[in-house]
Design a protein around this ligand. Structure first.
Ligand SMILES: [Ca+2]
Ligand SMILES: [Ca+2]
Length: 259
């Protein structure tokens, strides 16, 4: 369109020029008419060209190319024991020795890593046992079997005892009990494998405890360490650590007991 408009203006100008000089130079007019004809032909050619057709459908996929040639083999790795990478198991008496475990052979057994650091010492072996006292009626003494709870040598442990009142309070034995009307002592007979809990009133006479008044006897068994067997006392160690053994919660917190 732009080309046609431009050509039309040129033609008009040329025709105008032709008329202006009509009679003076007919040849010039003829040549201008010839040029006008050629331009009209060109315009017709431009205006008659067709528009582009729509894109054709995509052609089928071509055939896959042939596989490439295999690559070259990689270089052999270095044996784990070959610290200097020379391919030889070196047995020497200096730092270049590759017979790490000193068995006279350099093999995979020499590939072990270095020893790790020692772990932190664990807690002492401490066990918590609870005797159910609801099965007893009125009593002045309880005799309880220890071997039923500890299948190890009873001598290997130190013991702490507590008793639960039905109110939910837990008292240490020996010591005063609920309302301070009674107190209790505990005796262990490790040879027979049992323990005795005796109840007393404030006159040191045997006191009768109504059944159901106390719900559980709690025994904490602390395994004696080798150190403790050699003169140490785990209960003394507890006190040295600032743990009040009459306070069950303090003991439980120290040993990480559940309750
Ligand atoms: Ca080597
Ligand atoms: Ca070796």
């Amino acid at each position: 369109m732009k080309t046609s408009f431009f050509s039309f203006r040129v033609l008009s100008h040329m025709i105008f020029q032709g008329r202006r000089f009509d009679g003076l130079n007919v040849k010039l007019l003829k040549s201008q008419l010839l040029m006008m004809s050629m331009l009209l032909l060109a315009i017709g050619f431009v205006s008659c060209s067709g528009e582009d057709g729509e894109m054709g459908p995509q052609g089928p996929q071509g055939v896959a190319g042939a596989d490439g040639a295999d690559g070259l083999d990689g270089a052999d790795g270095i044996n784990c024991w070959d610290l200097n990478g020379n391919g030889i198991g070196d047995i020497t008496e200096d730092d270049s020795n590759e017979d790490i475990n000193l068995d006279g052979v350099v093999d995979a057994l020499d590939c072990q890593g270095m020893d790790g650091q020692d772990g932190v010492d664990g807690n002492a072996n401490v066990k918590l046992y609870k005797y159910n006292l609801d099965v007893f009626y009125d009593y002045t003494q309880l005799i309880l079997d220890m071997t039923g709870y500890i299948d190890d040598d009873l001598e290997n442990y130190a013991y702490l005892f507590y008793i639960d009142h039905k109110s939910g309070l837990r008292y240490s034995i020996p010591g005063n009990l609920y309302n301070n009307n009674f107190y209790a002592r505990v005796y262990t007979n490790l040879e027979l494998g049992n323990l005795h809990v005796n109840f007393y009133d404030l006159n040191d006479d045997a006191a009768q405890v109504p059944g159901g008044e106390y719900t559980h006897l709690v025994m904490v068994a602390i395994e004696l360490s080798n150190t403790a067997k050699n003169g140490g006392d785990p209960l003394a160690e507890l006190k040295a650590a600032g743990v009040d053994t009459s306070d069950y919660n303090a003991v439980a917190a120290y040993f990480g007991l559940e309750e």
